[in-house]
Design a protein around this ligand. Sequence first.
Ligand SMILES: Nc1ncnc2c1ncn2[C@@H]1O[C@H](COP(=O)(O)OP(=O)(O)OP(=O)(O)O)[C@@H](O)[C@H]1O
Length: 300
Amino acid sequence: MIHVKGVTKTFDKEIAVQEVTMDVKQGSIYGLVGSNGAGKTTLLKMLAGIYRPDQGEIFIGGEPIFENVAMKRNVVFISDALYFFPQVTIEQMASYYRSFYPNWSDERFETLQRVFPLEPSRKIHRLSKGMQRQVSFWLSLSCLPSVFILDEPMDGLDPVMRQKIKNLLFQDVAERNMTVIISSHNLREIEDMCDHIGMMHEGKIILEKDIDVLKSDTHKVQLAFDEEQKEEKILNDLTIVHKEKRGSVLLLIVRGEKDVIERTIRAEKPLVFDMLPLTLEEMFIYEMGGVGYEVEQILY
Ligand SMILES: Nc1ncnc2c1ncn2[C@@H]1O[C@H](COP(=O)(O)OP(=O)(O)OP(=O)(O)O)[C@@H](O)[C@H]1O
């Protein structure tokens, strides 16, 4: 559905996005995570056709997105910094969306009023930050977009509203095969919502995987042996992403298949052996450590 090939974007002399290649399947929810300044917003703005890439190409549904007004009418972007016309009411903003987005549905707009309990006659700039976020979701979801691009969209929303919005997104993905790309620093939320994840650092995608594959591929292990040679053998035999020693207990982040890791460790008859699932937040920290981001003594 979305095809990004070798995309680079530079501001003055600073490279914000560097040779990024990624594919997003129709009907999937793709989570874009990364360090501050990694280039997520810049990449999302190129996907939404707001910025023109300096190099590379972006196709949505087989068509280039930049300066493609027809395609942009199917793609809705919620920016991290919301923008509404000055002084407008929700219904005036809805009229604008109705005129621009051909799939706009008055019926959906009315149905969603049950989810977003706001009077359409209210002026948007007088609403709270979270209420303004609600308005942006209300209007965007009424456009029935085929691609929905979201940059830190849940900021300022209360937990009940977050859940309601997640459910609406799931519903549109399931019923209309909508494709969602969402960037967030809230990795728990990304873990809950997304089926695929791209991790960015310093303008590049350093890891791109199906979330289930990623989770079955990396493990947290606690170990203790009666002999140091056994410990050394394990460290040599396994693919270690991160290592920490606490007294006699060794804490490891290990890459590979669960069964193979378990067999390798059990063969050395450990005194202590525990294998724990890794959260996306922990994976993020260790992947970042692997590309030189300062990661020391932060195992939970
Ligand atoms: N309009 C701009 N003009 C100049 N530099 C910019 C502009 N937008 C982004 N940059 C630079 O590009 C780099 C990537 O910024 P971007 O906002 O894309 O990162 P991000 O991953 O979204 O960061 P964060 O997680 O902190 O929001 C940064 O170094 C930033 O200073």
